[in-house]
Ligand binder design. Sequence first.
Ligand code: COA
Length: 250
Amino acid sequence: MSEHVSVERRGAIQIIRMNRPEKKNAITRAMYAAMAKALAESDADKTIRCRVLFGVPGAFSSGNDLADFLAVATGGEDGREVYDFLMALARSEKPIVSGVDGLAVGIGTTIHLHCDLTFATPEASFRTPFVDLGLVPEAGSSLLAPAIMGRQQAFALLAMGEAFPAERAKAAGLIYEVVEVSKLEETVLAAAEAIAAKPPEALRIARKLMRAPRDAIVARIEEEGVHFRQRLTSEEAKAAFMAFMNRKKG
Ligand code: COA
């Protein structure tokens, strides 16, 4: 479905990798669609007990592809794939473990608010420049981040666009653990194996009890989406996207 997402099976674990290094893993509509499909399939497959999400070395993700944002802003594209992916995250039934090296921007950060364990290398840095782009927080982050990090840390992340390097992200409760880059993959997979070895039904219920009510997350994603789509076509946002597209010219 997308040449930039690979989905692999290792025992009871599904491994989803974003692989668009030339664009620092900026996520295209096709990539969202491929990841939404993978999550839906693994939720439905009884033999899969845990999912793992990776980027590439140096770039977990630079966030939504800004050319796609511009297409929505100027061309009336509807961004359905993003919505489907966010719903797949919000409604996911099985644990997700993520491993982050380098950049984690925008959705590359907010995705981890839906993950159950996130490991990051010392070089990882989390940042959401939504407001600077004329946008608003998405992916339910306006609900989840204050609950997870406290409102002021969430404000620094989501509204101020401050960078959260790995140690700060850990101190704020955004991620679980900082691990050396050479150990990232094995640590993430070992955590996924440990999760996969748990009694699945007990784990499913325990996980569900610990998460914000699904309906509240879905409702917040939809509420954010209304504002986000309006903001995408705002002059503030269009100017920010154009500035990014043109920044290397001249
Ligand atoms: N959408 C589309 N393309 C992107 C992108 C994005 N979100 N992020 C990076 N790219 C592209 C760049 O345009 C560049 O492409 P080019 O080589 O064809 O010019 C390539 O990826 C490498 O990026 P570059 O900016 O040269 O790397 P860098 O290390 O100097 O900076 C970032 C990396 C991520 C800090 C910078 O690219 C950036 O700020 N990107 C935008 C992030 C963003 O705002 N995301 C949306 C959040 S809501």
